[in-house]
Design a protein around this ligand. Structure first.
Ligand code: GDP
Ligand code: MG
Ligand code: ZN
Length: 276
């Protein structure tokens, strides 16, 4: 039968099959081949003997924490303290998209904004939603819980953005340590020391995934443009157009016509320059 590994304690694997949990061992053959089943793996289980007999191909795999088949990344972006960092946001969106993970944007600390600043955030939210992303505020935990139900989720975002606070808003099961942000630096201290998977309404959520290095260098410049999903709506004169110096670039025209958000395009060019 088909199931998914949701917990591993030493060599005991908890596999969820339909809505039942099975305590399983893994077949010795995996060890010989150097394959280790990880949380998130879709597996085939011999339910007569409670043995995992096969690991199905992974759509992605994170090294820290070790988890496979991540569905969503909750990209937590504070709008103040630390200030909204749109290039970081767009980088994270690209990075997770490249890894076959769907981004969900969560803005935090809206309570620290003036009304005028708030209007800008609403506009940004509308834009990211218009290109197909789910966008929430951290003040709507019920909507976030609904969106991630039964999925494997990682949290990403700057230190001090409010990731641990968000988990505490989503569930009262854990009470994760959060820290005052350092006023001197205007940014958070590193408060998350260890990684763990939190079970939130049957969603598995990992704090601090291995994206902190923000290494986009393995992304090819021809692949980067497809991670800016709205660019794919335009057909340029040249099929290999990088939307940079080429003429008859429909993406550049769309930026001029305000169909594409200027900051998205500027951030694309910056990232393109970084990976070249
Ligand atoms: N005013 C305000 N403060 C917040 C909000 N979310 C988090 N914080 C504060 O920001 C600081 C850093 O939050 P934390 O969850 O530890 O950030 P992490 O490093 O991303 O896990 C803490 O002092 C939190 O209390 C929010 O929505 N509004
Ligand atoms: Mg934290
Ligand atoms: Zn183009």
């Amino acid at each position: 039968m088909n199931g998914q590994i949701i917990r591993i304690i030493s060599d005991l694997y908890t596999v969820k099959i339909d809505d039942m949990l099975y305590g399983c061992r893994a077949r010795g053959v995996f060890r010989n081949k150097g394959i280790t089943p990880v949380v998130g793996d879709n597996v085939i289980v011999d339910t007569d003997n409670n043995i995992i007999v096969k690991i199905l191909p992974r759509k992605n795999e994170l090294k820290r924490p070790v988890v496979a088949n991540v569905d969503y990344a909750l990209i937590v972006a504070s709008v103040k303290e630390p200030n909204l960092d749109l290039i970081l946001l767009d980088k994270l969106i690209s990075l997770v998209t490249y890894n076959n993970i769907e981004p969900i944007i969560v803005f935090t600390k809206l309570d620290l904004l003036t009304e005028e600043e708030l209007a800008n955030i609403v506009e940004l939210k509308n834009y990211y939603e218009s290109i197909g992303y789910k966008v929430f505020y951290n003040t709507e935990p019920a909507c976030i819980i609904k969106a991630i139900k039964e999925k494997i989720v990682v949290l990403a975002g700057q230190s001090g953005a409010g990731k641990s606070t968000l988990i505490n808003k989503l569930t009262d099961k854990y009470d994760i340590e959060t820290k005052e942000i350092s006023k001197a630096l205007g940014r958070g201290k590193h408060t998350t020391r260890h990684t763990e998977l939190y079970d939130i309404d049957n969603a598995l959520v990992a704090d601090t995934p291995g994206f902190s290095a923000l290494d986009l260098s393995h992304i090819d410049k021809d692949e980067l443009k497809h991670t800016f999903i709205e660019f794919d709506n335009y057909e340029c004169k040249y099929r290999d157009c990088l939307h940079n110096k080429e003429d008859d670039c429909e993406v550049k025209k769309a930026v001029e016509n305000k169909k594409i958000l200027k900051s998205r395009y500027d951030n694309y060019l910056k990232i393109l320059e970084e990976i070249k």
